[in-house]
Ligand binder design. Structure first.
Ligand code: GRG
Length: 277
């Protein structure tokens, strides 16, 4: 299956949901709303939303059931990019070839735009008609992006040179900073489609491995960048690529019995790890 074709087919529904939830840039406070929209439109690959939709299909549900999760994880992803680019974090002036949000709108507005996107994510997720599974998904999302997940991973990434602390430490940062959001996108998509506990456990483990492999692949794509956290600094690019492939194999093996419905999820996992963009 062609993951990019699947992404192209499913992304319009995600874009429409994002458009429906985000206030217009002509609505006051205009600068805040424009800053919230800046990295959402045009977006990036929309990989996390696609994983949420594909997870719903993998457990036999319709992809649409996972749309609130898909929307929520993209909003969180954009929040994390805005805050990650800030001068006090990575201090980046360009993202996807455009000025970062703090460059375009100022630092204070960028912080607030990230904050508002994060809270909008929970509003979207908890606005579904049947709140039970969504409430569980919201709890998982809160855990995934807090001190035990994305924010904690980022905190360790800012700490002493992780390369000096060894492979396990770097993998732990990858697992929290990057994989936790990918894992929870898949888990939440499956939850909203009514998956049972054993499918949820299988998909959570799949998501973690794909997420770590995705980050390693990202480091390999970015080999020029001297990111201290990169595994490349410790074990080199070939061993890192091999590690990502092994994680992908292990993740795919978990879905061996999952049938045809899991094919989009398998294809997206391969794309996430082997992509060239
Ligand atoms: C500062 C709250 C806070 C979090 C920082 C996730 C994160 C932690 C920062 C984002 C920047 C970063 C380097 C994250 C690692 C994950 C990663 C490779 C993100 C890019 O994801 P893509 O390729 O982005 O899916 P697009 O542009 O396609 O949306």
């Amino acid at each position: 299956m062609d993951a990019q074709a699947w992404l192209a087919e499913r992304t319009p529904a995600v874009n429409a949901a994002l458009e429906a939830w985000l206030p217009g840039a002509d609505v006051a406070p205009c600068a805040l709303h424009a800053a919230m929209r800046h990295l959402v439109f045009p977006g990036g690959k929309r990989l996390r939303p696609a994983l949420a939709l594909a997870a719903a299909e993998a457990v036999g549900g319709p992809a649409e059931a996972a749309l609130p999760m898909a929307t929520a994880v993209e909003l969180v992803h954009i929040y994390s990019l805005i805050h990650d680019d800030l001068p006090c974090m990575d201090d980046d002036e360009l993202r996807r070839g455009r000025p970062t949000v703090h460059v375009a709108f100022g630092e204070a507005t960028a912080v607030l735009a990230g904050d508002a996107l994060q809270s909008l994510a929970f509003e979207v997720l908890l606005s579904v008609a049947e709140p039970g599974p969504a409430a569980r998904a919201a709890r998982d999302l809160a855990e995934a992006i807090g001190a035990a997940g994305l924010v904690g991973g980022q905190a360790d990434d800012l700490g002493p040179d992780p390369a000096g602390l060894g492979v396990e430490h770097i993998l732990s940062i990858h697992a929290r900073k990057t994989a936790a959001l990918i894992r929870v996108a898949i888990l939440g998509g499956a939850r909203l489609a009514g998956a049972n506990d054993s499918r949820l456990a299988e998909l959570a483990a799949f998501g973690r491995e794909v997420g770590v492999a995705f980050q390693i692949a990202d480091d390999c794509l970015d080999a020029e960048d001297e990111d201290a956290c990169s595994l490349l600094a410790v074990e080199g690019i070939e061993a890192s690529r091999e590690r990502a492939e092994k994680l992908l194999d292990s993740a795919l093996a978990r879905l061996e019995g999952a049938g045809e419905g899991a094919e989009p999820l398998r294809a997206l996992a391969r794309f996430a790890v082997r992509r060239e963009l």
